[in-house]
Design a protein around this ligand. Sequence first.
Ligand code: SIN
Length: 526
Amino acid sequence: MSRIVVIGSGIAGLFAALRLDEAGHDVVIITKQRPKDSSTNWAQGGIAGILDKTDGEGKDAHISDTLAAGDGLCDETVVRLVVEEAGDRIRDLLKAGVQFEKDGEEFHFVKEGGHTARRILHAKDATGAEIERALTEAVSKSDKITMRPHTLGVDLIQRQHGDPSKGIKGIWCLCLDSGEMEAISADAVLIATGGCGQLWERTTNPSVATGDGLAMALRAGAASKDMAFFQFHPTALMGNNKKPFLITEALRGEGGVLLDSKGLKKYRNSNLQPQELSFTLEFSKDGSLATRDVVARACDQKMKITGEDNVWLVTDHLDTQILHDHFPTIEGRLNKIGLSLGRDPLPVAPAAHYMVGGLKVDIDGRVLMENGEAMPGLYGIGEVACTGMHGANRLASNSLLEAVVFANKASEHFINNPIDDIEDVPEWRAEGMLELEEHAPLIRDLETLRKTMTDDVGIVRSFSRLERANRMLNLLSGEVDLIWRKSLPTRELVELRNLILVANLITDDALSRDENRGLHWNKDLI
Ligand code: SIN
């Protein structure tokens, strides 16, 4: 039987591990912090999908909403496949112990931006945490799956150094508890490391989202796709601390409305309904529930015009019992800062949320090289991968679905085409390397990187700002490279090196585009 290393412990990594385990393979999951420190665990909204396989109309509507949100760049074959498989994969999740919200005997569905129907299964407003709970429990019951927390993947080991076409035979890791490097051999590696929201100053992502898997695969010869499309979530709570808290789009699905200060004042002093007063209507007839690219841009533009740090999400016209029952996590968080759901306008602003581009993969989740061929023994699943499902802008709650469908596809591909060829792997080249004496320069460089991405590679871009970012990134890249070549790896160094590489890809892809589409918006192209 084979040994597979899975990097990452969100929905994609855990689901794939369970599938491979069922087929009798040994799996080692390496994860940078605790298993639950994943973007999945932070997901609030839910998982979109039509459960009833015979509901052709429902599936067609899901397909057309996904294609519309993707603004003409989705791969329709992939969209159809994912929507078609949704029912089976969601049933797999139920079998694994995930408990979605029910209304009596029936599942309760919510709606989010860009969806024309209620088709999102959820577990109140903490869907990701419920999925993570059930899957980590299931994984912990297997004696063929080894969970390695506090283990940071640093670089992939090629079967033949310098020749990606020969494939991957393992990974070098940094054990964060001991500070030691370790080489782990594998027949295949599945990358499920999520995104890179930590590139921006304001993000809804956990601290682990530093683009590690993407960067290590690129260094090993993989190709990336559509990196310019990075999704900002329109409604992250503005607090006085720097860590924004997501306010799920499902709240707007229940009727929450975005207002600017002028609209809020008018709402308070008139009998008008908030929907009629939303600035988002200037951008789309769907108002606060338009697709995420449109709503985030509308918020960004309004904030620039008013000079304010936020817009407002109002919910006081909604049924307080429904809000209380469906959004307990948000309610609890608001109460901690003296705000009340269903009473107070909530100060919200966009924050970096989801990497739509990523590793170029095929329909089986195999990572592709620049020549379009698959790299043997390497798979990319979940947010790290660009399958074509999301096009230029992801439809809300399609990401957990895509992750679980492609985790299944990649596992099936390996099970049907197993590699059983463990080779010796070389130790990390530590000779002559010194312990990093000072981390302060890295911390300053990280601050500069985040500032650059926030100011110059945000929701609205321009050629001059992108070029400025490019120059800054080249400088940072040179600095970090100097340190890298003479130092033993530390978490800070590995992450910064990865983030800079990914930032470069995003900026280069944005600079190369000559049209505005979905999430890429360059004001020089209007
Ligand atoms: C949300 O709950 O608003 C986020 C859902 C998603 O990103 O798909």
